[in-house]
Design a protein around this ligand. Structure first.
Ligand SMILES: *[C@@H]1O[C@H](CO)[C@@H](O)[C@H](O)[C@H]1NC(C)=O
Length: 450
């Protein structure tokens, strides 16, 4: 454990930037929190999923979109609207002293694209998808798929000020016994070498790490790819930043065996961190950006990159509204937003470090597989709005008084679904009738490439 942590700290030191390399970062706001995973469980048929926090194109849905369908999204939560990709990661949950769960506060996210040699780096194939990390096992340090995991906790001020690199551990007291962190950062690198296929049965084997990068968290530094996966793509690094609400901070406990945070799959240890990516980038824009030293040194200031500038729109990204259906579950407690959850959504019992390397899958007593419904209320924290489902909300536009009953709990507020953004083209009926693909593709697409 210690060795991995030390390696992680060393690797976090930035490399010297020379002309052929660099990175840009795409700022992302949240699209929705849902137990949806169109790569692993299209249509939720197997119902094996956990809550994800999802970013990107607003026509994300229950089935995987084709690349062409992704291009028809009316907006994306990526600042650069030419990025119609989707990114998702398990939601970070707060664990109350009584064992109940609440969402933590999504503060923001970025998708970093790192290039070591712009001459040899090529754009991702259209529709490429991949998963880094393992959601149902914790074999960290023992298999390639987990190399990209990196968790940090940061305290902004005071005696404990500082950023702590925790490797693949969540900041529960056994691994970080400081006061509650101001920010918990879930970072994950994706493998940057590919064999040209869009996918593989484990959603990883069509990709691998660059050479000289087989240790945890250094994939961005490898330049060349092995002959089995000769195509060098940028190294994608998804970073998602979380904070605690005031009440959660006051309930944080520092006993050696206390647990304060968990991933939505139940993991309180951290080793099952994973993230999914589906490439929906406009290929010309993306190619121009990864071949431009100006863009590769623009970091998150996308407007300074000529390839991005025409479509950078932070306001559109913030207001971008999910256009699909949601699972009809936990409606009485709003996915934990206005009342703590007794159980994590789905069949995701708590999975402590002592719980072994394989994820437990028992469903809560009386569990019923949920159907699909239309969201009608969104949870908004102003900067980072997230669509969540409240199927018990009154039909039509909920009144301010109905919404206000939930606002006090977490110190934030809920807004009517219709007021998050202007009404997109297309209606619920279009979706049902497979019309108007701009807003309704998630009902019609087929999984491609496999
Ligand atoms: C960068 O890539 C080009 C083209 O493949 C190659 O000729 C060059 O040697 C590479 N540079 C480094 C430092 O690897």
């Amino acid at each position: 454990m210690l060795l991995w942590s030390i390696l992680a700290i060393m690797a976090a030191t930035p490399a010297v930037v020379v002309a052929q390399q660099g990175q840009f970062a795409i700022p992302l706001t949240g699209l929705l929190n849902q137990r949806i995973d169109p790569i692993v469980d299209p249509d939720n048929t197997k119902d094996i999923g956990h809550l994800h926090t999802i970013f990107g194109a607003n026509n994300f849905g229950t089935k995987l979109n084709t690349f062409a369908q992704m291009q028809k999204a009316t907006c994306t939560t990526a600042a650069t609207q030419a990025d119609k990709s989707n990114y998702w990661i398990p939601s970070l949950m707060f664990v109350n002293p009584d064992g109940t769960y609440e969402p933590t506060w999504l503060q923001g996210a970025r998708a970093y694209y790192m290039v070591q040699n712009l001459t040899m780096t090529e754009p991702f194939p259209e529709g490429l998808r991949m998963i880094s990390g393992t959601a149902t096992s914790r074999t960290v340090g023992r298999e390639l798929r987990t190399n990209g995991i990196h968790i940090e906790s940061e305290i902004y001020s005071g005696a404990n000020k500082g950023n702590k690199a925790l490797g693949f551990n969540l900041p529960n007291p056994k691994y970080d016994n400081r006061p509650p962190p101001d920010q918990i950062r879930l970072k994950i690198q994706f493998p940057g070498c590919g064999n040209g296929q869009l996918d593989s049965t484990d959603h990883f084997s069509h990709m691998t790490w660059p050479l000289n990068s087989n240790n945890q968290w250094d994939a961005q530094f490898g330049i060349k790819c092995p002959p089995t996966h000769p195509k060098r793509f940028p190294t994608l690094q998804l970073e998602v930043y979380w904070a605690l609400y005031t009440g959660q901070r006051s309930r944080w406990r520092n006993g050696a065996n206390d647990i304060n945070v968990a991933f939505a799959n139940g993991d309180t240890f951290g080793g099952s961190l994973h993230a999914d990516f589906v490439n929906g980038w406009n290929t010309n824009v993306f190619r121009d950006a990864i071949k431009s030293t100006v863009c590769l040194n623009s970091d998150a200031t996308n407007e300074n990159c000529p390839a991005f500038k025409p479509t950078v729109n932070y306001d559109t990204a913030k207001k971008c509204r999910y256009a699909g259906m949601v699972l009809d579950e936990n409606s009485d407690v709003g996915l934990g937003y206005y009342k703590p959850l007794k159980n994590l959504p789905g069949c995701n019992p708590r999975w402590d470090e002592s719980g072994g390397s394989t994820k437990p899958t028992a469903c809560p007593a009386g569990y019923v597989k949920p159907g699909w419904t239309w969201p009608n209320v969104a949870y908004g924290n102003w900067n980072w709005p997230l669509a969540v489902d409240f199927p018990n909300a009154p039909s039509g536009k909920p009144s301010d008084s109905w919404l206000s009953q939930f606002a006090a709990t977490l110190g934030e507020r809920f807004v009517a679904w219709g007021s998050v953004a202007s009404t997109p083209g297309g209606t619920s009926e279009d979706v049902k009738n497979n019309k108007n693909l701009a807003t309704a593709p998630n009902k019609v697409q087929q999984v491609v490439g496999l």
